[in-house]
Design a binder for this molecule. Structure first.
Ligand code: TRP
Length: 457
């Protein structure tokens, strides 16, 4: 790889302006609805603390090594996922792994943006006070109305896509990085405020112990696979997001440190989200196992009983919207980077075109729980179908092929040379990393895939 030096900033490719900016952008991608909406309820359904422990072990032994793999491939290739695999592999078929990623980007964002839209709808409801005074039954009705509406979900989906496109048009530094540097610190402040409010309520400790006290009797094989699947989703792995973000990283930055910061922040926010939610839920005697309705039904009921509830409700849904937006940005960037690098489109054209296509793909997802509920693909409504083929099939497949590519095709030597900045920095865990990527991660991912395909349950 003698052309290494020439790759630095090749073709005037944009780079992150600072290490802090890059970390905020990558953490912004990782920290999303997965952390705040999903993690607390799957932990709640799977034995609380026991699940959290298993999740941490899996996250650091399987998902984090894959995160480092993606960033390493990206920084070496200095391209979108399709271009990066083309640049690194002799056999050009590997570019299809990148292509699966780009296609996943279209499909995931189509429904992720719909959920992000629900959070905007809840900001509006909180700020205008339309949830105030509703009892839990009425709050459920109000969530069902958002889900099953025809105009409202499409409207908010449009708002999310327009905002995402507007930020991505700005480019790596002036768009993604600038906004991440504002939005992520805001997210940290809001979540800390919410945790402080929640754990100081009377009766909050019951919620803390529900969430953190390990109850291994509640933990099942299914729960462990759920932890594995979620560890992938939460770090935005399997579709080349981190390849793309890594491709804008300077050759001077230290990849292992960057990966560690992103993983720790992602974990920290997931844990804090549970601490913001469960103590309050217990303090007001509500059920902690409402699953997906936890943040949209149970929490508003909590806010209704809390002093300054309307303020905290607005803050909470603002937090959720920020988390969702910075993740949506990273999904769109994968697609845009592909059109810019491979098809030589302008960033403006690539952003508007991709955003418009994703908006259209998402419209049936916005209607899938309402007017289009009868329309099913393989027994799932359109929304659940998109979720299923991406999060359960395409992302694990992309992650698996990424491990195999790095471990067996591109090779440990070249990868380690990139990770250690040409042997100028130390990476003590080098052999552990390669071992985990070559053996443990593929086995774990194959189990998740097999379960997703219904081979066992
Ligand atoms: N990690 C985000 C979350 O937890 C979701 C996400 C963003 C994502 N970009 C991704 C998931 C790319 C998979 C692939 O909500």
């Amino acid at each position: 790889m003698k052309q290494d030096e020439n790759l630095i900033g090749s073709e005037g490719r944009e780079q992150w302006g600072s290490r802090f900016g890059f970390i905020m952008a990558a953490a912004g991608s990782a920290i999303g609805l997965g952390n705040i909406w999903k993690f607390p309820y799957i932990a709640g359904n799977n034995g609380g603390g026991a699940f959290v422990l298993v999740y941490l072990v899996i996250l650091f032994s399987i998902a984090v090594p894959v995160l480092l793999a993606e960033m390493t491939i990206g920084r070496h290739g200095q391209k979108n996922p399709v271009g990066a695999f083309k640049a690194l592999a002799k056999n050009q078929s590997w570019k299809w792994v990148g292509a699966i990623g780009v296609i996943s980007g279209f499909l995931i964002l189509a429904f992720y943006s719909v959920v992000a839209g629900w959070t905007l709808s809840y900001i509006a409801k909180s700020v205008t006070g339309s949830l105030v005074g509703l009892d839990p039954k009425e709050l459920e009705g109000s969530f069902v109305a958002v889900l099953t509406g025809s105009f409202e979900p499409i409207f908010w989906h449009l708002v999310v896509m327009v905002s995402t496109v507007a930020i991505v048009i700005g480019g790596v530094q002036a768009g993604i990085e600038r906004w991440s540097k504002i939005l992520m610190p805001a997210l940290f402040v809001i979540i800390i405020l919410l945790v402080l409010r929640s754990v100081t309520l009377e009766g909050a400790m019951a919620g803390v112990s529900f969430y953190l006290k390990p109850d291994f009797s509640e933990l099942t094989g299914k729960g462990i696979l759920e932890a594995l699947g979620h560890s992938f989703f939460t770090l935005s792995l399997g579709m080349g997001t981190m390849i793309t973000y890594g491709s804008y990283l300077s050759k001077k930055e230290k990849l292992p440190q960057a990966v560690a910061s992103v993983a720790l922040m992602d974990t920290g926010i997931a844990l804090l989200a549970g601490l913001a939610i469960f103590p309050a839920v217990f303090a007001f005697g509500l059920a902690p196992d409402k699953g997906p309705g936890l943040v949209f039904i149970t929490l508003p009921a909590v806010f209704n009983q809390m002093p300054l509830g309307q303020l905290f409700s607005s803050l909470f849904f603002g937090l959720l919207a920020v988390a969702a937006l910075t993740s949506a940005i990273s999904m769109l960037e994968v697609v845009v980077a592909y059109f810019v690098d491979e098809q030589k489109w302008s960033r403006m054209k690539a952003s508007i075109f991709s955003g418009a296509v994703i908006f259209v793909l998402g419209v049936p997802a916005a209607m899938a729980n309402g007017p289009l509920a009868e329309f099913t693909i393989f027994g799932r409504n359109y929304f659940d179908f998109l979720d299923y083929i991406t999060a359960t099939i395409m992302l694990p497949l992309g992650g698996l092929l990424t491990c195999i590519f790095l471990g067996y095709v591109w090779g440990a030597d070249k990868a380690l040379k990139e990770v250690t900045n040409d042997n100028t920095i130390q990476f003590k865990l080098a052999s552990v990393w390669i071992g985990l990527l070559k053996y443990l991660a593929p086995v774990g991912i194959i189990l998740v895939l097999a379960k997703g395909l219904g081979i066992f349950d």
